[in-house]
Write a new protein. Structure first.
Length: 482
């Protein structure tokens, strides 16, 4: 098999902008550079040190085993730790862009980028070192220190742009589900044409939406097997069907808004359940910058940055999750018409879904914008072994010995009476399982989860959450004790 073209393009601004599919390079530079390197590894010339040997048809595993010398560290869905400095996953954006053989001249490239994106030299240095024009990290961004899910999404992007084709193939056993195989194209798409390919592959973007292994079920069971559908998904969706037309309108408007550059601010009229506002109420207006939509347990939420209902007057500028069926009206604004503190195009362009995912990974809970605190809980050992052990929760929580729980309470609980009560509880259950986890304070989803575990879990710290659980149980008992 021969390929008519080699991918031997330097990483100039035009090439990277094409790989970013028209999105702002201020937000997408890391991914654009990563796609450029992946294309070199597949289609590069024989003199390119990144080029690897692959068959015409190959799997993600084939590519990763050849590309990563430390392949074992890239098998799962966690970001690999730092290893030998010569491994690909240790290199920064600058290491790739300005390498001597295929890279660009550093000074010329930086000058072009600053002019193209209208940013300062310091912002560019931040972008190259940390992946963002603002610095909120201590370590430099290692471009290929990514999860397997990230790389699957990179390959899906290359398919959508016409650099690869994709097909499902079956193993020798007919009952095994089909897997994804990538196919090299015989002629590379023109990088500098006006618009990217709009080819859509069935189920190609499910992995972008579902951020865990559940996406693999869609890949494997999206089609019937022997004329039978074998996979079903039962989601609790409580939005009333009478609101479907309004929800559809909002969905289409948001889709159009996110296609614009730059993304404009919005004015939404919202009725907040947290502020005891009923749907029939007029609601209040909030100016926000829309970032993404999350479905969580019961309904879709718009994650946005801007004015929030937190203090019932909209003066707080922060993140917030707006339940879409409680938005009454939505109006697109112009940036020139907005004058709020800490709310500008420059500030809001840094508010991305990536930041949300990062914050969600820092603590347990849906409301990622709430302050995090330490939670100490005790599980009944039998319940733990049946329903917590060997699940993702066990990996997210940190198991501690009961002596460590005692030491934590001794250090952290200043009230002597409370401290003694908690220490007696721990001493009475030395065989049970204790966990420490960071959680989001006042997150209602966490309270609902703790309620669902019932008598099999006990909150030991913090005291205010323990009291919330206690009062809820007492109120529930009052309903049934007669």
């Amino acid at each position: 098999m021969t390929i008519a073209d080699n991918f031997d393009f330097p990483p100039n601004i035009e090439i990277l902008q094409r790989l970013a599919k028209g999105s702002s390079l201020k937000q997408t530079l890391p991914k654009a550079v990563r796609l450029w390197v992946i294309l070199r590894s597949i289609y590069g010339s024989q003199t390119d040190p990144v080029k690897i040997e692959l068959e015409k048809e190959f799997t993600y595993k084939d590519w990763s085993q050849s590309f990563f010398a430390d392949f074992d560290n890239h098998k799962n869905y966690k970001v690999p730790e730092k290893y030998d400095e010569n491994y690909p996953c240790t290199k920064t954006i600058s290491d790739w862009l300005f390498e001597p053989i295929v890279g660009s001249n550093e000074q010329e490239w930086k000058r072009s980028f600053i002019q193209f994106c209208s940013i300062t030299e310091q912002e560019l240095n931040n972008l190259l070192n940390f992946g963002s024009t603002s610095v909120d990290k201590k370590e430099k961004l290692r471009l290929f220190a990514q999860t397997r899910r990230n790389f699957h999404n990179d390959f899906k992007a290359l398919v959508s742009m016409g650099f690869l084709q994709v097909k499902k193939f079956k193993s020798n056993h007919d009952l095994n589900p089909p897997a994804t195989q990538y196919i090299k194209v015989s002629s590379l798409p023109k990088l500098l044409r006006d618009s990217p390919s709009q080819e859509v592959i069935e189920n190609e973007y499910v992995g972008d939406i579902i951020q865990n292994d559940l996406a693999d079920f869609f890949d494997d069971f999206s089609r019937k097997i022997n004329n039978e559908q074998r996979f079903f998904l039962d989601l609790e969706y409580i939005v009333h069907h009478d609101l479907s037309r309004k929800i559809n309108d909002f969905r289409q408007k948001l889709k159009e808004i996110w296609a614009k550059q730059p993304i404009p601010p919005l004015k939404i009229t919202y009725v907040s359940a947290r502020n005891n506002q009923a749907r029939k109420d007029n609601g209040k207006d909030y100016i926000v910058y829309p970032v993404c939509i999350y479905y969580s347990q019961r309904a879709p939420y718009l994650f946005a940055y801007g004015q929030t209902p937190e203090n019932n007057n909209g003066t707080i500028i922060d993140w917030y999750d707006y339940r879409i069926d409680r938005i009454k009206y939505l109006k697109v604004l112009e940036w020139n018409d907005v004058n709020l503190p800490n709310f500008s195009l420059k500030v809001c362009e840094l508010k991305t879904p990536t930041e949300i995912e990062k914050k969600r990974g820092e603590a347990w809970g849906f409301n990622f914008y709430r302050p995090k605190d330490v939670l100490i809980i005790r599980f009944n050992i039998d319940f733990h072994n049946l329903y917590i052990k060997d699940t993702e929760r066990e990996n997210f929580f940190t198991k501690i010995y009961h002596k460590m729980a005692q030491n934590f309470i001794t250090r952290s609980e200043d009230n002597l009476e409370r401290r003694c009560e908690l220490l007696r509880t721990i001493q009475a259950h030395p065989r049970d399982i204790y966990y420490r986890v960071y959680y989001r304070r006042n997150d209602y989803d966490i309270i609902m989860r703790l309620r669902a575990w019932g008598p099999n879990v006990e909150v030991l710290y913090p005291w205010d959450l323990r009291q919330t659980m206690k009062e809820d149980i007492e109120k529930t008992w009052a309903l049934y004790r007669s």
